[in-house]
Design a protein around this ligand. Sequence first.
Ligand SMILES: [Zn+2]
Length: 120
Amino acid sequence: MTTTDVTVQCPCGYKIEDESKYNILFLKKEQREIDILCPNASCFLGELGFIKFIIVDDQPVLELARFYSPFVTWNATQLGEEDTRKRLVNHLKLLITKKIRWSMIIEETHRITDIQEDEH
Ligand SMILES: [Zn+2]
């Protein structure tokens, strides 16, 4: 294992080499919450973490981003807590800066806001 290795593993056994492997799901639009999912469609865990944001002047502002404890603990038992923390913080950072298409997220958020306004 080299120092540049950033691979983590889901408890289902799926190896996640980098941020591009995660599946991103934006269903909880009203809560402004993006789910981070395991790439394995039949994973028993499914959701590995989440990213919460608010929109200020059409720009996303990060509120909270974290991985759930079963996923974190699983990796900590194999990589150690310090290494796990570093890798997962890095994955979160890259998910936020590279993987997530914020323009689409903002567009979808606007759409649901518009619909709600029409109903009233
Ligand atoms: Zn999994």
